[in-house]
Design a protein around this ligand. Structure first.
Ligand code: C2E
Ligand code: MG
Ligand code: MG
Ligand code: MG
Length: 281
């Protein structure tokens, strides 16, 4: 009888689940170590303004090359950080490093560039968030309009009342807010009127087949029109070809980001990119 029970229990926890659990535990420990030993890196992907036809800023993206496990995608380790309590620490590391990099470019005279920084929902709900960001900006002697925070729709739906207060406080400080992966979250559009946002970042899943798929084109067109009526800017992500860029420009999109204009690159490469694209600053 006991043996049967044991076997039933064992069957419930499959080998697949076991290895997934092990991987998560392994990543959690490795990530804690990586944060403490500065083994993470930020790369910067350029953003292009379709009105001024020039570089408008960069998005900071995390990279993790583990000595034994190899390259680990943020799509895999960010959720691990969120579930293991490491996200606050990791998020602070990102804020600090992205703002310090922005400071270097600002001091070199490229004061019009904006650094977009991703915020996890966990960070967004952190009461000390604005205090931390303000301190980092002050330390870098940067005005608040130099950075933009990217948050997802999911960050705003959980506790809407608190979220409105957080957004108001961020905006009051002079920092702008973009909604990342717009159109993919399970939220209602009503938050667009309740939150003082600046920008919608059209998810790359709508951009990918913009040319072939007329539903995607209809959705992108609608997002851009809606944003315009609401006084919000739009940026399209995942723009991989000149044709995509042309369509988006015609539809009235404000900015683009994607492999066509530039891939995520190291700080040194990004500095070269700036020199090449903003030589007339
Ligand atoms: P995201 O914020 O939506 O970032 C855009 C992702 O699209 C990036 O993937 C970028 O490398 C990729 N991408 C950019 N252009 C193209 C393109 O033309 N084609 C295609 N196919 N992909 C493109 P990445 O760097 O792997 O990041 C994945 C996600 O991980 C990010 O999505 C973001 O949600 C999260 N993430 C990355 N860095 C951070 C961070 O510092 N903090 C937080 N909280 N999340 C981060
Ligand atoms: Mg983003
Ligand atoms: Mg995105
Ligand atoms: Mg995305």
């Amino acid at each position: 009888k006991a043996k049967e029970d044991g076997r039933n229990k064992y069957c419930f926890f499959t080998a697949g689940m076991q290895s997934q659990f092990n991987r998560q535990l392994q990543l959690e420990n490795a990530l804690r170590h990586a944060i403490e030993h500065n083994q993470l890196q930020l790369v910067y992907q350029p953003q292009f303004c379709l009105h001024h036809k020039k570089l408008s800023g960069f998005e900071a993206l995390l990279r993790w090359q583990h000595p034994e496990l190899g390259f680990i995608s943020p799509a895999e380790f960010i959720p691990v950080a969120e579930h293991s309590g490491l996200m606050i620490q990791l998020g602070e590391w990102v804020l600090q490093h992205a703002i310090q990099q922005q400071k270097r470019w600002y001091q070199q005279g490229y004061s019009g560039l904006v650094m977009a920084i991703n915020l996890s929902p966990v960070q967004f709900r952190q009461p000390e968030l604005l205090t931390i960001i303000s301190a980092q900006l002050e330390l870098a002697k940067l005005p608040p309009h130099c950075i933009e925070l990217e948050i997802t729709e999911s960050a705003m739906v959980e506790d809407a009342e608190q979220a409105i207060k957080t957004v108001d406080a961020i905006r009051h400080k002079g920092i702008s807010i973009a909604i990342d992966d717009f159109g993919t979250g399970y939220s209602s559009l009503s938050y667009l009127k309740r939150f003082q946002l600046n920008k919608l970042k059209i998810d790359q899943s709508f951009v990918r087949e913009l040319l072939e798929n007329h539903e995607d084109r209809a959705i992108v067109t609608a997002i851009i029109r809606m944003a315009q009526s609401l006084g919000l800017k739009t940026i399209a992500e995942g723009v991989e070809t000149a044709e995509h860029q042309g369509w988006l420009q015609q539809l009235g999109c404000d900015e683009i980001q994607g492999y066509h204009y530039g891939r995520p690159m190291s700080a040194a490469e990004a500095s070269q990119f700036i020199i090449k694209h903003l030589s007339d600053r």
